[in-house]
Design a protein around this ligand. Structure first.
Ligand SMILES: *Cc1c(COP(=O)(O)O)cnc(C)c1O
Length: 369
């Protein structure tokens, strides 16, 4: 922890309790070709139309962006059948998750997240002076009953990643409805649906209907995953009018930049590209799950664009050993000890080349020298 003298400027005390978020690694020394499978980025990249719009935006760098993100919200609204007035865009969905905490938590208020939930939530909660409260999971899946057990008078927010990162598990929409129905009216449910595009299950819904029919539910989405635009930082939220109004008051007036607005709108209008990304993911996720299982590894069933791979509890065969072995061969996966998985790695679904190399390399690793 940072040492401070008595007379220096001091932040809110809860900020000193934040464990900084550690992004997925992106470099390895020595490897010829590197496959970054550590941050759930799209192996197909963005829509060609989005790249074109990005290039064209170079002609408009002198002007401030449209602070209302009118065209981007229109593209999102059209695609999802929403009222654009209920959409707020952000510099990544991280920004929106953080602004929700800033707006709705007063010092000492509680916000719930689940045991293996996304690590941005406790950062956002503490930065706002709030107290993170952890609800246990069952079978590496969020549990509505466990969340409800943690609700108190002071609970203002519940952050739920659905599907969750890094487990890839999800709650069916009926469970989300049950959760909303049982929450106090003053507690807001934040459904972080960063991976919604990838989910193909009949009992899954990202949460649009639930937002429309309640006053205390918001859904956040991102262009960083299936749309392949993580580098541009674009997220959006669908919220009741009273919540959209609050977030619009406190966000930066130009929080989404010119290039992001243009590329995001073009990406949203290219449904065929998104479809290709989702199909690629579905095919290779199932192939990888099968191949890794054949190698004797346990893989948590995932509906998203990554797999949580559990390693044997044997000397030389643990996740840390596998990580080192993979890295020297140019394969970067994500250590997830911070998420409560000291003996697992999270792998993003990659290109065919990366996926095949990963399986071959892990086979060699497990066979030993
Ligand atoms: C990747 C991810 C996000 C997206 O964050 P951005 O700021 O939009 O890039 C949000 N939530 C979860 C659970 C994620 O894994």
């Amino acid at each position: 922890m940072t040492q401070m003298q008595d007379n220096t400027p001091r932040p809110r005390p809860s900020i000193l309790e934040i464990t900084p978020y550690v992004p997925g690694e992106s470099e390895v020394a020595g490897a010829r070709k590197v496959f970054k499978l550590s941050s759930n980025e799209s192996p197909l990249g963005p829509s060609p139309a989005a790249k074109e719009a990005f290039r064209a935006a170079a002609e408009h760098l002198t002007e401030y962006p449209d602070g209302t993100a009118r065209d981007l919200r229109a593209a999102i609204a059209e695609r999802h059948g929403l009222n654009p007035d209920n959409i707020v865009c952000g510099n990544g969905s991280d920004e929106l998750l953080t602004l929700l905490a800033q707006a709705y938590l007063s010092p000492g208020d509680e916000a719930i997240h689940t045991e293996h939930g996304f690590l941005i939530y406790p950062v956002a909660i503490r930065a706002a002076g709030g107290v993170p409260v952890v609800a246990r999971e069952e079978n590496l899946t969020a549990s509505v009953d466990a969340i409800l057990e943690k609700v108190t008078e002071r609970t203002k927010l519940v952050y739920l990643a659905n599907p969750n990162n890094p487990t890839g598990t999800y709650l069916p929409i009926d469970e989300l409805k049950r959760l909303q129905a049982a929450l106090p009216a003053h507690t807001m449910l934040v459904i972080d649906a960063a991976y919604a595009e990838y989910v193909r299950r009949n009992d899954y819904e990202a949460g649009i209907e639930l937002v429309s029919s309640s006053h205390n539910v918001v859904m956040t989405r991102t262009f960083s995953k299936a749309y392949g635009l993580a580098g541009l930082r674009i997220g959006w939220m669908y919220a009741p009018a009273h919540v959209a109004d609050i977030i619009n008051r406190i966000r930066g007036p130009f929080n989404v930049n010119v290039a992001a607005l243009a590329a995001g709108a073009a990406a949203m209008r290219d449904a065929a590209h998104l479809q290709r990304a989702v199909e690629h993911n579905e095919h290779w996720r199932e192939w990888l799950r099968e191949e890794l299982t054949k190698l004797g590894l346990r893989v948590t069933p995932s509906v998203a664009n990554f797999l949580l791979i559990h390693f044997p509890d044997e000397p030389g065969k643990r996740a840390a050993d596998a990580d080192a072995f993979l890295k020297t061969r140019g394969l970067i996966l994500r250590r997830v000890a911070g998420y409560g998985f000291p003996n697992a790695l999270r792998m993003s679904i990659g290109t065919e080349e990366a996926n095949r190399l990963l399986v071959d390399t892990l086979r060699k690793f497990l066979e030993g020298p």
